[in-house]
Design a protein around this ligand. Structure first.
Ligand SMILES: NC(=O)c1ccc[n+]([C@@H]2O[C@H](COP(=O)([O-])OP(=O)(O)OC[C@H]3O[C@@H](n4cnc5c(N)ncnc54)[C@H](O)[C@@H]3O)[C@@H](O)[C@H]2O)c1
Length: 262
């Protein structure tokens, strides 16, 4: 098969949690749909996902909106049942939802309860959605799981870039995102022989109208000299979802402009 054909996702069914989100979510969904996949996006607001799907359908892409609360096991199971009933199977699962329960302030601002609530929402949700969809992937002996971690799952925040701003980084984020990277390796090792590959993407900072002082320092520090943009993430997710990466398993692909090289 020609190499570009191996990147094609035609005929594949993909689910992107928080796939209608204004930042990464929508870029991930668009990338997969542009590569030919049927894409289901799901988060708490069904309306927002249906509206987003309609926008992409108007461009000729096969995108569908559904509902999901990643902190609610009943909701995860209901989504599974709807996806399997409507599309018959799932080939690609992209975990991008971030509930941020209790994600506020720095270490000194968080109580143990907030920390536990945050971990429970984001880690338990990841654990559960993988657990619920894996049997279907195992049944048809093929699947790609892609977890969206962060540079802060690999290195610490650099406190210097936040100076003079009110931005605070909750340590639970680093805890959850680092756990995600090694949970991915666990999945890769335990399900690889059953045809399932699990990989992570760890993006760098995305432009989101942050204070100018932060933007200046971030762009000065990052080797490529700019923040991450929508198109930057598409190639990574299509590669890891497609047969072009058939022998890539348990990898953490840093899409960070070289941030973690320093
Ligand atoms: N923004 C960045 O600079 C950046 C950098 C690296 C990694 N990431 C990662 O990318 C992913 C998306 O980040 P973002 O910046 O777009 O985040 P965001 O906070 O803007 O969006 C979070 C998304 O999760 C959804 N969500 C929130 N609670 C949910 C719930 N209970 N159930 C289902 N969905 C829920 C929201 O609808 C939203 O689409 C996250 O996993 C984040 O850690 C972001």
């Amino acid at each position: 098969m020609a190499i570009l054909d191996r990147f094609s996702l035609r005929g594949r069914i993909a689910l992107v949690t928080a796939g209608a989100g204004p930042q990464f979510g929508s870029s991930l969904s668009e990338g997969l749909a542009e590569a030919g996949a049927t894409v289901i996006t799901a988060s708490r607001s069904l309306e927002a996902n249906l509206e987003y799907a309609q926008k992409l359908q108007a461009r000729g892409l096969d995108v569908h909106g559904m509902q999901l609360d990643i902190c609610d096991s009943g909701s995860i199971r209901a989504l599974h049942d709807s996806v399997i009933q409507r599309f018959g199977r799932l080939d690609i699962l992209v975990n991008s939802a971030l509930a941020r329960n209790g994600h506020a302030g720095g270490l000194e601002d968080q109580t143990t309860d907030q920390c536990l609530r945050s971990a429970a929402g984001d880690f338990a949700g990841l654990f559960e959605i993988c657990n619920v969809f894996l049997p279907n992937m195992v049944q048809h002996k093929k699947g790609a799981i892609i977890n969206i971690s962060s540079i802060y799952g690999v290195v610490s925040n650099d406190p210097g870039i936040y100076q003079g701003t009110s931005m605070k980084q909750p340590p639970t984020y680093n805890f959850v995102k680092a756990g995600m990277v090694n949970f991915t390796r666990y999945l890769a090792c335990y399900y690889g022989k059953q045809g399932i590959r699990a990989n992570c993407i760890s993006p760098g900072g995305y432009f989101n109208h942050q204070p100018q002082a932060f933007l200046d320092r971030y762009c000065e520090r990052v080797p490529v000299g700019r923040m991450l943009e929508n198109e930057d993430i598409k190639g990574a997710v299509v590669f890891l979802a497609s047969d072009a990466s058939e022998y890539v398993n348990g990898h953490n692909l840093l899409v960070d402009g070289g941030w973690t090289c320093l």
